[in-house]
Design a protein around this ligand. Structure first.
Ligand SMILES: Cc1cc2nc3c(=O)[nH]c(=O)nc-3n(C[C@H](O)[C@H](O)[C@H](O)COP(=O)(O)O)c2cc1C
Length: 156
């Protein structure tokens, strides 16, 4: 059987809940993507053009530093990557994470939580960070999916 890992970044806890539910439902291991410097409430203020998240997201090349690089990606075949949608895409710390490891030959399955936006075009904002991996269509998880629906998506 292929080995599966659910990874996630969360700033305020919503994506953690979705990731835990997914990992439990499909029997996968769990790994949290942590920035070296945690995001404060002020950092997350998207109304403020000068907040940390606004500055990072305006710069396509920004790659916030990670707290660690010890995820055992090599041990897994399928890696789910979960994150909150920020300005229509993944927070750039997710790209920092993906670019820190070798995903060649792996299957990457993006999922996201959001205030309402869809997961967006993962082939443009996730795939370039994982050369040689197959990037599946992403899915927005609303938190209300029942285990059966989650399984049907995750195992398809
Ligand atoms: C900086 C920032 C930008 C956001 N941009 C969007 C967006 O473009 N569309 C959307 O639907 N929600 C947006 N949101 C809301 C988050 O995606 C949503 O609250 C998410 O579930 C938070 O997940 P978390 O608790 O795991 O961090 C944004 C939130 C922040 C902090």
């Amino acid at each position: 059987m292929s080995k599966t890992l659910v990874t996630y970044f969360t700033a305020s806890g919503v994506t953690r809940k979705a990731a835990e539910k997914l990992a439990q439902t499909i029997g996968a291991d769990l790994y949290e993507i942590k920035p070296a410097v945690l995001y404060t409430q002020a950092d997350l203020d998207y109304m403020n053009q000068n907040s940390r998240s606004s500055v990072e997201m305006k710069d396509p090349a920004s790659r916030p530093e990670l707290a660690d690089k010890d995820a055992n990606i090599a041990a897994y075949d399928v890696i789910y990557v979960g994150y909150p949608i920020w300005w229509g895409v993944a927070p750039h710390v997710v790209n920092s994470f993906l670019e820190a490891y070798d995903f060649r030959g792996k299957t990457v399955v993006p999922f996201a939580t959001s205030g309402g936006s869809g997961v967006g075009n993962v082939q443009t904002y996730i795939a370039p960070s994982v050369p040689g991996a197959v990037v599946k269509e992403g899915k927005r998880l609303g938190g209300t999916e029942d285990a059966e629906a989650l399984k049907v998506w995750a195992l398809s």
